[in-house]
Each structure stands twice: as structure tokens, then as C-alpha cells.
Design a protein around this ligand. Structure first.
Ligand SMILES: [Zn+2]
Length: 358
């Protein structure tokens, strides 16, 4: 079974263009559920908003395997509406201060409508040359309103969320730009792994879904781990590439394959789990690269939950994540999807025991 490339690209376009700020992930969730429905037996949901489709095994003593993406993206929240109709905002998730001036962002109002604005900036004519980069709280979003009342008439209130207004774009044969590839990558692979495994009888119950609020400090992962109590887990997430100026070791290079994330600020990959993935990648000729990062993923919370849940991150890298446009290479997506598929197809009770206790 294979998935047509255009189907994958349609899913990437739909998901990356969705508005899914931390704690406001419902649009993403509805889309994922609708796409996953044909391939699962039921959905389970935690009370923070994370959800998982369950593919049940015929094995009466089936173990549980979890695959978790996260649905949220870096975003902003409206904190004030000025008398002249500008929106002030605060960030939801880690963003650099100096990349927002002049960008187009979209506010989602209380009626679910998207309203586009431009982030204020000072033109060259009015600059002295001594301006530093403004802080996020110095920026305003200009939606073309003439007064505070004008803003409220358009259904916008304090607390509404803002994300980049970015169209998914093909740049070259294999490379694309989009907002929120961190982590709609995970959302796409979650849908497609279920589709790919649809006809396969697995030894274990497979829980595939996504957490909320990763970008504000891995807040949604624990509730999912405790809901499912999996025997092992895979996290699917996107990490920053660092290959623009020069090739640095462990930085993540576009087009060089899926990431074997051996150490980050929140988790060290278990050696048995590392070797399991490496042996599969070698055997199936899947491109991969080691990845070490000071950052973290939901794996940081999941692997410590309950009595310990061996967890591996199946990742990809992309340039300029946490901005209006990330650039990624579709071949890396396919490498990650192939590795995840092989990791599941080769999993049985003995292998799960090895990953847990060896
Ligand atoms: Zn992120």
C-alpha cells in the first residue's frame, strides 16, 4: 500500500495553513479525526484536548504503543486594543523578537473568522540608525482598523489568537515553505501511518494521535501518557535545521534524512531503542542523521511518566521554524515515515520487552 504524493501534499497544505495556537487546537483536531476515522476502531481523548485513534489488535494480551504528535504551533495572543485600533499581543511559545516586523499575521476572532493584519515597523525614512530590535510587547498588529470600536465590530477581543498568514508553497522539486511544519509534520505522519498500516494485523494496540500545548512547555504530553499508559512510545516532531551558513555536526541538514535524536535538553534516547532504529534504517536503506539539541520534545515528559515509558523521537528538521515560513525537504518526510513504519512492523512482545528492560 502506498499513498499518492498529491494526497500527502494536500494534507500538508491543509494542516500547515490551519490556525492552531496552543490551547486552541480544535480545527487541527477535527481535520485529523476526519482523516484518521477510516483506519481506526475508536478515539480516546484526555481532558486537556489531546486525542488518539486506536487500532486494536486481535492479540488478547496486546501491549500498547503510542505515537504522539502535537497539534499546536507558535502563536500570539491579543493583550490590548489601542484607541487607534492597533492590536498589542504576547507570544505563546518561543519566538525570536527580531523576525516579526512587517510580516502578515492572521487573528482568529470569536466567530472563527480569520482577519489579516501587518505587524507595524518603522520605515527607513524615520530611522535614526540606533533602533535595536523591538521586544514582542513593543509590536502591534495593524488590521486596517481606525478605532478600538472598529476592531470590536470585527469580532476581535482580548485573548484572541494570532498566527502567521502563510500559504504553503513549492520552492523546488523537493523543497517547500510553510508555517507550522513544526509540528503539522507530526500530524501528517500520524494520519499516514494509520493509512499505511490499515491492512496489517499488529501484535499490539496502536494509539496514534496528538497532544496540545507542546510549544508552551510540553504541557499536554503527560495527560496523554497517563490516559493511554503505553508500553513504549514514539514522538513525531520537527526540529530546527542548522545548515544555512555551514555544515555543523549534529545540526540537522535538509535532505539528509530522518533525525535519530540521541540527546536533547529533555531526554536521552535509550541505547537499545537507538540500536533498534539504526538497524532498521540500515537494513531498509533509510536515510538518517544523528541529532543533538538543547531543546526538547513531548518525549521529555512521556519517557518519565508512570513507571517509565521507553520513548524515541522520529523527527525531521526544517529551516527557520518558529517563524512565518519554514523550509523543509519532502524526502526527509518520506525517510521518517518509512522508519516509523518499519519500527512498528518489526515490533512484537519480545522486542517491546527488550526496549523496556534491556
Ligand atoms: Zn516548536
Amino acid at each position: 500500500m502506498n499513498i499518492d504524493k498529491n494526497t500527502t501534499l494536500d494534507r500538508i497544505k491543509s494542516l500547515t495553513e490551519m490556525h492552531g495556537a496552543p490551547a486552541f487546537e480544535n480545527d487541527v483536531k477535527e481535520y485529523m479525526k476526519q482523516q484518521m476515522e477510516p483506519y481506526i476502531d475508536e478515539f480516546v481523548e484526555n481532558r486537556m484536548g489531546g486525542f488518539f485513534g486506536v487500532k486494536k489488535s486481535k492479540n488478547p494480551n496486546a501491549k500498547r504503543v503510542m505515537i504522539a504528535a502535537h497539534m499546536d504551533e507558535i502563536a500570539f495572543m491579543v493583550t490590548n486594543i489601542t484607541v487607534n485600533g492597533m492590536l498589542q499581543f504576547t507570544n505563546l511559545g518561543g519566538v525570536a523578537n527580531d523576525i516579526w516586523q512587517g510580516q502578515r499575521l492572521a487573528v482568529k476572532n470569536r466567530h472563527g473568522e480569520q482577519i489579516i493584519g501587518v505587524v507595524s515597523n518603522i520605515p527607513k525614512h524615520f530611522r535614526t540608525g540606533n533602533e535595536g530590535a523591538p521586544q514582542i510587547h513593543d509590536l502591534t498588529l495593524d488590521i486596517g482598523a481606525e478605532s478600538e470600536e472598529d476592531v470590536r465590530d470585527r469580532g476581535i477581543e482580548i485573548g484572541d489568537t494570532i498566527v502567521p498568514n502563510t500559504t504553503f508553497t513549492q520552492l523546488s522539486e523537493n523543497r517547500y515553505s510553510a508555517k507550522a511544519w513544526d509540528n503539522r509534520y507530526g500530524c501528517v505522519i500520524a494520519i499516514e501511518i494509520l493509512e499505511l498500516l490499515h491492512d496489517k494485523e499488529l501484535d499490539f494496540d496502536l494509539y496514534v494521535g496528538a497532544n496540545v500545548q507542546e510549544e508552551v512547555g510540553l504541557r499536554g504530553a503527560k495527560a496523554s501518557a497517563e490516559l493511554i499508559n503505553p508500553d513504549i512510545a514514539f514522538v513525531v516532531d520537527c526540529s530546527p535545521a542548522n545548515d544555512v551558513k555551514s555544515t555543523q555536526s549534529f545540526a540537522g541538514q535538509l535532505g539528509q534524512g530522518t533525525l535519530i535524536r540521541i540527546k536533547d535538553g529533555t531526554m536521552i534516547l535509550k541505547p537499545t531503542f537507538r540500536d533498534y532504529l539504526l538497524q532498521l534504517a540500515d537494513h531498509h536503506h533509510i536515510n538518517y542523521q544523528y541529532y543533538i539539541s538543547p531543546g526538547g520534545t513531548d518525549g521529555g515528559e512521556i519517557h518519565k511518566a508512570n513507571i517509565g515509558i521507553p520513548t524515541a523521537v522520529i523527527g525531521v528538521c526544517a529551516r527557520y521554524i518558529h517563524s512565518t515560513d519554514a523550509v523543509f525537504d519532502i524526502r526527509d518526510y518520506y525517510s521518517a515515515r518509512e522508519l516509523l513504519q518499519q519500527a512498528l512492523l518489526n515490533l512484537d512482545d519480545d522486542q517491546i520487552y527488550t526496549l523496556q528492560y534491556k
